[in-house]
Design a binder for this molecule. Sequence first.
Ligand code: SAH
Length: 445
Amino acid sequence: MAKRASGLADNSSIHESSLPIVLLSPRGTARVKSGHPWVYRSDISPAENLSPGALVRVLDPRGKFLGTALYSSSSQIAIRMIARDQITDLASLVSDRIRAALAYRQQFVADTNAYRLVFSEADFLPGLIIDRYNDVLSLQILTQAMDAEPIRGAIIQTLIAALKEEINLAGIVERVDPRIRDLEQLPPRQSALLWGKKSETIITMNAEAKGLSEKREPKAEKREPNSQSREPRAESRAVRFHCHALEGQKTGAFLDQRENYAAATRYAHGRALDVFCYQGGFALHLAPHCASVTAVDSSRPALEMADQNAALNRELLNGKEIEWIEANAFDLLRDYAAAGHKYDTIVLDPPAFAKTKRDLHKALSGYKELNLRALKMLASGGILVTCSCSFHVSPADFLGVVADAARDAHKSLRLLENRGAAKDHPNVLTIPEAAYLKCLILVAP
Ligand code: SAH
């Protein structure tokens, strides 16, 4: 049961001199100096009178100032750095950072109206995630500091001021993960609409995902820089998804795979198999490029939504049916391999196998097994798109495990693309966890 958090920092009344001090151990100091924002509880001096979510001044063992951080009274990650300098007004810092995150997306995200607008530490806003789904924003608050009322207020106000007209904002919802609130010792809350009226919408992505048909398609018009044309164009080629921002196992769709969907279409051909298809992200992108698509998931609600998404893309699919199969992927791959099925394009996008470091070994054998089974069914010249979203599995580990599977399958796979999450999930070099998503595109000889 969550303990009630009392006395969350009211940051509006914080003055520099009144900021409490947290002293780091040499190991904690080294970590901060390496550019990682997290310091574990074992690396800070006992901070007894700190209120949950407090803004703190961080000092090295000699008392040298290292920066400003957010304190958590319950997480093993006791402090999360937010600035190298002195910060006294967290609300205005959060507001500035949200605007900076928006500017980054305006610069680097194109051809979609669905993307991650703020990604926690990767946007220097630890504990805050904001996704844009067309005219609906979805907010997740994961830390005590971000949950404080003045900060919540600043977040909502900034979003409304920046986006109300810009995207015809019609709703802001909050998605609550009760497990995280419990871990952070925050009072329980329900997922709910925080502003506006809308929590369901339709999103569009990858208007330019032309793939091999590119040569035959007329070139899209050249875009004016800074024009509003970052919204999806070439509507008939874009892929659409229903988005229910208050339902679904993630916030509606897998935004981090968006660029990988488009990349996969560059090579996809023939008979395709999308394993762990969820609501059809890869399958719907592949369909226009493949002779047939079979898609597998163990979740019936996900498949029902996938089928509705297929209906939404009728024009794009041009009469093509996707076969949605409810099954355990491991069993299905074994049975299909035994039955001698062959595919020209196979996508593997399983859930995170390693939720903690301790699971790493088991996770690696899971990935190996899965890739091996898929490789047995990959036709000559076939394409394997294989993913891992476990952040405990490093990009090198993952490459190694797929190489092992290739060896066992007697296939000399060639790596066409070594990819990560879409650019709206910034990959900060000094934060290894930011490289959590791996997506390899390989071709079999
Ligand atoms: N490729 C999807 C995301 C996949 S998320 C996309 O781009 O949108 C992982 C999916 O694996 C979830 O939909 C979950 O229901 C499914 N899943 C988990 N365990 C499974 C199993 N053993 N067999 C089949 N599907 C499984």
